[in-house]
Ligand binder design. Structure first.
Ligand code: EAX
Length: 326
């Protein structure tokens, strides 16, 4: 057959396909993050979008929004609860305002390392916490990760807890963080993430704390000189979805969404590992002074009273269950 003879065939075929296409209803949903696309969370939601589309045969499309373009993390979780936005990936920063049981995860020096944190979150403790979201209008699909948080500031090298006294630092809108940093003598200024760069640039605050992944994605090296690898809090992320929207999915699609979030969490955590491995050298090359031999035991000791308060509030048994999880 000659090409010109094939043409009507191809035309006919594409017409048929074109007519068939509308029979497959396509639903578009939105997911957002507060950090840039080129980041551990960007990899997370990009993977999620791709996996949802693949696993539902293209019937569901997920539109991705970065850099807080739909609002900060608190706003995004509110939007998911209200249903004006179907999905969000967020740190646990603002989550206790919606699901108070998650507070325990942000206790300083609770997790030994990322492997410990990931095992807790993917195991029964983490799954029990995911279930708590349901009563609040959410389907929590999976835990992802921000990573261990470190302190940066524009004033001085922080080597010991005393060096933090009087530093004005932006904190997340999270009661556990605020109480802990106050306990270290920091002047705390809770603020949504999209405002942080400008606040640091204009000197409204001296410093902030975030994992290397976030520090690099937000280019905080441009406005912060001193970085201390305090690793003071492990910061989880969560993939949340509006519960009513999730409940309307077929059983197979529900599985597709949950599995897509699990794949996304894997990709997100792998990028955190990569950023943790390359971050210090990269940030030094960009001009930051990095204190990598912080005496953690002294930070833990300085938080003694605050941590005793957390044990009282959250239950020593609950904290020990996390600490001792293998
Ligand atoms: O989730 O607000 C924060 O500092 C978070 O770590 C950031 O938005 C990434």
């Amino acid at each position: 057959m000659k090409l010109y003879q094939l043409k009507p065939l191809i035309l006919g075929l594409s017409l048929t396909l074109g007519l068939l296409a509308p029979a497959v209803a396509q639903t578009t949903m939105k997911i957002s993050i507060s950090v840039a696309q080129n980041s551990h969370q960007g990899v997370g939601i990009d993977t999620f979008a791709r996996e949802v589309e693949k696993r539902t045969g293209g019937r569901y499309k997920v539109q991705t929004f970065y850099s807080g373009s739909l609002g900060g993390e608190r706003e995004s979780i509110e939007a998911v609860q209200l249903g004006t936005q179907e999905l969000a990936m967020s740190s646990t920063g603002p989550v206790p305002n919606f699901v108070p049981e998650t507070k325990i995860l942000d206790v300083p020096f609770l997790f030994r390392d990322k492997a410990h944190a990931r095992a807790v979150l993917d195991g029964p403790i983490g799954q029990e916490l995911l279930a708590k979201f349901e009563a609040k209008g959410f389907k929590a699909l999976a835990w992802g990760e921000n990573g261990f948080r470190h302190m940066t500031n524009s004033k001085r090298d922080v080597k010991a807890p005393e060096d933090l006294k009087g530093l004005k630092m932006r904190t997340m809108e999270n009661p556990v963080h605020i109480a802990a940093y106050k306990g270290l003598g920091i002047v705390t200024t809770p603020m949504a993430f999209p405002e942080v760069f400008t606040a640091l640039q204009q000197g409204t605050v001296d410093g902030q704390e975030n994992p290397l992944s976030v520090i690099m994605a937000a280019k905080f090296d441009q406005v912060q000189k001193h970085l201390s690898l305090t690793g003071h809090v492990y910061s989880p992320c969560i993939f949340v979805m509006n519960k009513a929207v999730f409940d309307k999915l077929s059983a197979a699609d529900k599985t597709a969404f949950v599995d897509a979030a699990k794949e996304a969490a894997k990709a997100n955590r792998a990028r955190v590992d990569q950023d943790d491995a390359s971050g210090v050298a990269e940030l030094r090359a960009k001009g930051m002074t990095v204190i990598d031999n912080v005496d953690k035991a002294r930070f833990v000791a300085a938080l003694g009273n605050v941590n005793a308060g957390f044990e009282k509030d959250f239950g020593k048994a609950n904290m020990d269950r996390i600490r001792n999880f293998k």
